[in-house]
Design a protein. Structure first.
Length: 195
């Protein structure tokens, strides 16, 4: 059921686990930090998501503390039901409740898990949570312009291109555009009514 009130629900617990067919999203815990460190040390991944530098263990601890203190972020790890294997991180950031909008991201850090539909399932879980449960109106994502996989992926979930941030990123002596995309509550309702 869609949010009946015109405000974002504050009382939904941060601790909720979102359960899908093959993956589940559980709240990020301190024990998950080695994954963040591992993925941040992967140069290809950093390039794809516009991350600047690898993180040391101490830096991941700092990141975790900041995340816990940030009430405008809701962070999960993506776990395969089979074997409880952690394959990525995902969630909402810069949640702005007065305007009922939020940014969202999905990063599957384990590359052998790409292209198997796990990202799509994760996206469905997050969209469902944001629109039906939390009561958001608009969800935005930003992708590095050359990350064609991500652009196609967000499009396949129903996101529409909203604008281009010229030369937003700089990596390996090269600038690249950022692409902003978004999906609105009504568009979600129309696209996912059978779900
Ligand atoms: C982008 C990402 C989340 C997609 O998740 P995924 O599980 O790999 O993708 P899925 O298997 O669910 O595929 C969904 C759609 O994405 C697109 N896609 C997936 N792999 C693709 C590829 N190699 N090339 C082009 N499009 C691709 C397709 O449209 C695909 O739909 P289809 O299978 O019907 O053609 C994941 O690959 C990832 O985390 N990559 C690295 C980090 C990243 O770029 N994150 C996005 C930050 S903006």
């Amino acid at each position: 059921m869609f949010s009946e009130s015109m405000s974002v629900r504050e009382n939904v617990s941060k601790q909720e686990t979102l359960i899908g067919r093959r993956v589940y999203l559980r709240p990020f815990e301190r024990d998950d930090l080695p994954y963040i460190q591992k993925w941040s040390n992967d140069a290809e991944l950093r390039r794809l998501i516009g991350e600047v530098a690898p993180m040391s263990r101490a830096e991941t601890e700092k990141w975790y503390k900041a995340m816990l203190a940030d009430r405008d972020r809701m962070w999960f790890v993506i776990v395969l039901k089979r074997g409880d294997r952690v394959i990525g991180e995902a969630g909402f950031l810069r949640m702005f409740r007065p305007w009922r909008n939020t940014d969202m991201t999905i990063i599957i850090g384990e590359k052998d898990a790409w292209g198997k539909g796990y990202g799509t399932e994760t996206g469905h879980l997050l969209l469902d949570h944001a629109f039906r449960r939390l009561g958001f109106h608009k969800i935005s994502v930003g992708a590095v312009g050359f990350n064609k996989r991500a652009l196609k992926f967000w499009e396949s979930l129903g996101f529409k291109k909203e604008g281009v941030e010229r030369d937003e990123y700089y990596y390996d002596n090269e600038y690249s555009d950022g692409v902003m995309m978004s999906i609105l509550e009504d568009e979600y309702r129309e696209l996912y009514k059978a779900h």
